[in-house]
Design a protein around this ligand. Structure first.
Ligand SMILES: Nc1ncnc2c1ncn2[C@@H]1O[C@H](COP(=O)(O)OP(=O)(O)O)[C@@H](O)[C@H]1O
Ligand SMILES: [Mg+2]
Length: 496
């Protein structure tokens, strides 16, 4: 047994799941392979079996302690959260210490349960920085790096921790937007713990991660009335979410970004008219002097996580291209049911080589820019022969430990290629320029693709594709200057 009750119960539940359905590894493969029903089935299995799987765990404890533990297990939020963390273990990889769920010890002497450790956090005088989330599964992967960053920042600059980073599901806020429950970092033990707060805690600043734009809008508005510093306020994030607005802003600011044409959704009703708009954009992007094989990106203008983005590849003559992609107009029309349609010239001819014998794959570089400074990042590698690199579109994250030693190859050649200091400086500088378009957003993720044109001046073009006001993938993030894991040090200076 561990010294944490919730972990003991979770492990017991996982044993039950494995005995019934197969190993966690096998289950994950099935779920990620598209068997979405499996997770539902496992969830229902837990609903009907959790008590019978929990009780045998306690047999060796004294009877009085078992009684208290049973009382704790009757707390519905305690039990349901343990069930959820068991499920999230099935679903995804854990990239941080395990989350310990603490029961509500109000009116119960924690010493009564001697076998387990229940932390007591002392936050007098602390600045409470809330990370508000909507999607809880595996959220600790995203918030843990920020908790550590804030802690390291405070210790290096102020001797004592001044900020407490607390992650809260939106349903854990009371009517005055105070926290009634939170996921916190216990500095004494280096644990991540989820605690019900006996007295609700007021928030000093708030950050939105793992939320839909709709929830972001609603709560950003609520927090505005409380004069709470926000990372990032919704109106500013909204601009970052609008790809065409960013494109226009970047063009004015001389940020290199691929050509784009916006087709308003109300102009997409008639297929012939839509097809003509595609043809016009295509002819604007590609000419007779374009490479033999070109790529057209068709995506929702305010999409996120690669949803709805498709890359179409073919010759630079529209009639042949259209013939090859019989479904391209259908894809535009499908997007137009919920969003404006954005067409973009596909860019990027450098391919990433995971190792010398691997096939080169397309990739994006992701930089986290805080207050105008690119501090950290990672690389998103596409699947072989795939154009889209974002993890939501099938890509995977590669950590950026030593960017100048990464191996690339120029598409269509076998010549190995490495970035030098000057290239890197240009790329990082371009990420910082891109963030200037949304200065009110103090923490953004900027995606860049690289194009190499031998003999041209400059030969290296970093193309800015996208800016994300709720950047994810933070568990893989490394500081650009040290290669150490982490996201931001600069953000914490903005809070107060
Ligand atoms: N113009 C482009 N050229 C090359 N690749 C692109 C282009 N636009 C998008 N992509 C690929 O598609 C992915 C998703 O597109 P993006 O604009 O970032 O949408 P989302 O906001 O959904 O992440 C990018 O990460 C990149 O791999
Ligand atoms: Mg993106």
């Amino acid at each position: 047994m561990s010294n944490d009750l919730s972990q003991d119960i979770k492990n017991r539940l996982l044993n039950g799941i494995q005995a019934r359905f197969g190993t966690i590894g096998e289950l994950r493969v099935q779920i990620h392979g598209g068997n979405a029903e499996l997770l539902n089935t496992i969830s229902q299995f837990l609903d009907t079996n959790d008590y019978s799987m929990i009780t045998p765990l306690f047999q060796e404890l004294p009877a009085a302690e078992i009684d208290i533990i049973n009382t704790l297990c009757n707390q519905s939020s305690f039990r349901s959260r343990i069930k959820q963390i068991a499920l999230e273990t099935v679903y995804g990889e854990q990239l941080c210490p395990p989350l310990k769920i603490i029961p509500d010890l109000d009116r119960l002497n924690p010493n009564a349960v001697k076998t387990y450790h229940f932390p007591v956090l002392d936050w007098r005088e602390r600045w409470i920085h809330a990370i508000l989330v909507e999607y809880l599964p595996n959220v600790c992967n995203e918030i843990y790096p920020l908790m550590i960053d804030a802690y390291v920042h405070d210790l290096s600059e102020h001797e004592n921790p001044r900020i407490a980073v607390v992650c809260s599901h939106y349903s854990w806020l009371d009517d005055s937007l105070r926290l009634t429950r939170g996921i916190c970092f216990d500095e004494k033990t280096d644990d991540i713990v989820e605690i019900p707060f006996t007295a609700p805690i007021s928030v000093n600043s708030v950050q939105f991660l793992c939320v839909s734009p709709q929830l972001h809008q609603k709560y950003s508005h609520f927090f505005e009335d409380f004069k709470c510093f926000q990372v990032n306020p919704y109106p500013a994030s909204c601009k970052a979410d609008n790809k065409f607005a960013c494109y226009q802003c970047w063009k004015e600011a001389n940020v290199t970004t691929p050509d784009a044409v916006l087709i308003k959704k109300e102009d997409c009703g008639n297929r012939d008219a839509l097809s003509r708009k595609f043809a016009d954009a295509f002819e604007r992007f590609f000419t007779a002097s374009s490479p033999e094989e070109i790529t057209l990106i068709v995506q929702p203008n305010t999409g996120t996580e690669g949803r709805g983005t498709r890359a179409f590849t073919g010759s630079s003559a529209w009639p042949a291209f259209r013939e090859r992609h019989a479904d391209i107009i259908d894809h535009g029309a499908a997007i137009a049911r919920y969003d404006d349609v954005l067409l973009r010239r596909g860019v990027g001819n450098l391919l990433f080589l995971e190792n010398p014998s691997a096939a080169g794959v397309f990739f994006d570089l992701r930089f986290t820019v805080a207050g105008g400074l690119a501090e950290s990042g990672f690389l998103m590698a596409a699947r072989e022969k795939d154009f889209i690199s974002s993890p939501g579109g099938g890509g995977r994250i590669v950590e950026l430990k030593d960017p100048l030693n990464l191996q690339f190859v120029v598409k269509g050649t076998h010549l190995p290629f490495k970035l030098d200091d000057d290239h890197w400086e240009d790329i990082v500088g371009m990420a910082e320029c891109a963030a200037v378009c949304v200065p009110e957003c103090k923490l953004v993720g900027v995606d860049i693709r690289l194009e190499w044109n031998e003999g041209k001046n400059p030969p290296m073009i970093p193309y800015v594709l996208d800016i994300n006001p709720r950047p994810a993938g933070l568990a893989h993030s490394r500081f650009l200057d040290t290669g150490e894991t982490g996201v931001t040090q600069r953000l914490w200076d903005y809070l107060f």
